[in-house]
Design a protein around this ligand. Structure first.
Ligand SMILES: [Cu+2]
Length: 153
């Protein structure tokens, strides 16, 4: 019970702190193919890149993203998406409603997944949220931290 009260208090305090930042980069209309720079898994088993399909907003399940996996030579790599965990490093918390996430693998391109029903528990400026993507490829399951260079409103 004390933990719950503490968490509620922290959430209330940090909500205003996050909103005060000046950065306001949002997802551009038609930016669904902007996958950014791929991030390599520690072992090099795969790289992952994200393209956000929507402007990002807290307090809604309307956010969605495309996820692509590639190998060391940037060729498409079939992979199993196992986790998509939002995290806010500056405040040390994740998000809620993670059980609502929906993962869909493209049956014609096993390197390509869609993630929908993504819930941000609070807003933030560009790069305040990150996503820890867990996936397995080439027999290795690994977690990769991918930046989110967009404002979450
Ligand atoms: Cu926060």
């Amino acid at each position: 019970m004390r933990l719950i009260i503490l968490f509620s208090f922290l959430s209330a305090v940090t909500l205003s702190a996050c909103g005060s930042s000046s950065s306001s980069k949002t997802v551009s209309p038609g930016a669904t193919q902007d996958f950014g720079v791929p991030v390599a898994a520690p072992s090099g088993a795969f790289k992952v890149s994200l393209a956000w399909s929507t402007d990002l907003a807290s307090g809604t399940l309307a956010n969605s993203a495309e996820v692509r996996f590639s190998d060391a030579n940037d060729q498409a790599l079939a992979a199993q998406l196992e986790g998509f965990a939002l995290f806010m490093p500056a405040m040390g918390h994740g998000t809620i409603k993670a059980s609502e996430l929906r993962f869909t693998q493209d049956p014609k391109d096993l390197a390509h997944w869609s993630v929908s029903q993504i819930w941000f528990s609070m807003g933030g400026s560009a790069n305040e949220w990150v996503v820890d993507v867990t996936a397995s490829a080439q027999g290795q399951s690994e977690k990769v931290r991918v930046p989110i260079p967009y404002e979450v409103q």
